[in-house]
Design a protein. Structure first.
Length: 483
């Protein structure tokens, strides 16, 4: 099975969220399961710097629209997965975020940038590809590559079967109608089954309509996005394509996220030898400037600081959380008002609350290992990876029952502890009162060391690797391209 994997991010070089992690780990798992794979990604500066000897294998002078000429470069990752870098300095040689300019506003030509990525992906997956290597499957991810199935079907005359994975339906690639011709499209594309979306042009909508198969990153999220509450205006289209929509839960890279081998930790540990967690907690408290308390739980947060993640509610209950008693360590950035609220909380309770604005990979690992509990009360969460990192690290998560959180975290109860299924704490609604009540219950369980150790062991017993999800993707590919 030959797969062309088209993505706008790939960790560790270019990452704004879970897509970057998935794009790094899933191809490895697919190759391990027997697939032959190429990863197509824009030639951003970090990738060009990482692969200075990448060789040109194709050139595209005329793709239509308003795109400049571009080259396709081939490089190879240390794990053997080949990269195809879309080399177009006019569009991709820019600092910082792949999507935002220095002022934190979307680049005005994002439609051209990711339209080009989509068009090249479609060309490489078609009979018109300039390369000898032709994929059976074109696997696209989120709005940035969602025009590819449309181009492939209508403009390239077919070729590979196409799969579109929705990592977050909230981001839809919506642009004004005036960009139509810049994308090599015309009046014939401007209709309900084309790219038109409530008077605008949507990359994601076109992909959802024309991809041969749709997936999203958890079974629960696949159901949720077909409802008015979570469908983000696309629920009707998704309902019509329900037979082609599959929820496949993400995995995590267990080579990177493994407390037994994680070189970023003060002390390694595993399910049978959990004493190392106490060492990690003390080291984390020292690093972030918290009192070295052993008499109360330490709650951790590693996240974008946004309302979607429910972190405004954590800010609201901050003082009450401290009074449980408990400590709180936060790492993240996002909404400026929320950043300020967490800074104020840390200034008010400097021995019990520590806040780091920004991102620090090493600190993220140390929070997962050193915290007693992980807070993730998202209003919606397509999959979530941090709760799985936490489970693997014996740090029971406190989550809201939504999306992938509902699929991975089982609420602590006497029966769940007894049968081994309970691995965290689940609140049904995203309210400050319910989150605080759940945190209070979690603190009570933490104080009972026997119950707590059982909960930790339950959490660490789960399989959060990509092995199972990769097999499900291969099954889907084979259903589209049977042998």
């Amino acid at each position: 099975m030959k797969v062309l994997f088209a993505t706008s991010e790939i960790a560790p070089w270019v990452k704004t969220g879970g897509l970057g992690d998935v794009a790094a780990a899933l191809p490895q798992a697919l190759v391990a399961a027997g697939a032959e794979l190429r990863v197509l990604v824009p030639g951003y500066p970090p990738l060009r710097a990482a692969f200075p000897k990448a060789k040109r294998i194709a050139r595209f002078d005329t793709l239509g629209g308003a795109w400049p000429a571009c080259n396709l470069l081939e490089a190879q990752r240390s794990d053997g997965v080949p990269f195809w870098l879309l080399d177009c300095p006019e569009l991709f040689d820019r600092p910082g975020s792949p999507y935002l300019g220095p002022e934190g506003i979307d680049w005005l030509d994002n439609h051209l940038r990711y339209g080009l990525l989509s068009r090249v992906a479609a060309r490489l997956a078609s009979h018109a590809s300039p390369l000898d290597w032709r994929p059976d499957i074109l696997h696209c991810h989120d709005w940035q590559t969602a025009l590819a199935p449309y181009y492939l079907r209508l403009y390239e005359g077919g070729g590979a079967a196409s799969v579109l994975t929705i990592h977050n339906l909230a981001f839809q690639g919506v642009f004004p109608a005036t960009v139509l011709t810049e994308l090599g499209l015309g009046a014939a594309d401007w209709h309900i089954d084309g790219v038109e979306y409530y008077g605008t042009l949507s990359f994601l909508k076109a992909g959802l309509r024309h991809a041969d198969a749709l997936t999203t990153v958890s079974p629960t999220y696949a159901r949720e996005i077909q409802t008015e509450t979570e469908g983000m205006g696309l629920q009707g289209l998704l309902q019509t394509r329900a037979d082609e929509l599959t929820g496949i839960l993400n995995g995590i890279d267990t080579a990177v996220w493994n407390p037994a081998t994680d070189t970023l930790l003060s002390k390694n540990y595993d399910r049978a030898h959990l004493d190392g967690k106490a060492v990690c907690k003390a080291a984390l408290q020292a690093q972030v400037g918290l009192d070295a308390r052993k008499d109360c739980p330490l709650f951790g947060v590693v996240s974008r600081l946004t309302a979607q993640k429910g972190l405004d509610l954590v800010s609201d209950i901050g003082a009450a959380l401290v009074d449980l008693p408990a400590q709180l360590v936060v790492l993240g950035s996002g909404d400026k008002a929320l950043e300020a609220a967490f800074r104020d909380l840390a200034a008010t309770y400097p021995q019990q609350v520590a806040v780091t604005i920004g991102f620090d990979e090493a600190l993220a690992h140390r929070i997962e290992a050193g915290a007693d509990l992980f807070l993730m009360p998202s209003r919606f969460e397509p999959c979530g990876l941090n709760q799985m990192y936490s489970l693997a690290y014996g740090t029971p998560p406190l989550v809201r029952a939504t999306g992938g959180l509902a699929d991975t975290v089982v609420n602590c109860s006497p029966a769940g502890l007894a049968d081994g299924s309970a691995n965290g704490f689940v609140c049904q609604e995203a309210t400050a009162e319910l989150i605080l009540a759940t945190a209070r219950w979690a603190a009570e369980v933490w104080a009972d060391k026997k119950r707590w150790r059982q909960l930790q062991k339950n959490a660490m017993a789960g399989d959060y690797s990509w092995t199972g999800p990769a097999q499900r993707y291969l099954q889907l590919y084979r259903s589209l391209r049977p042998a």
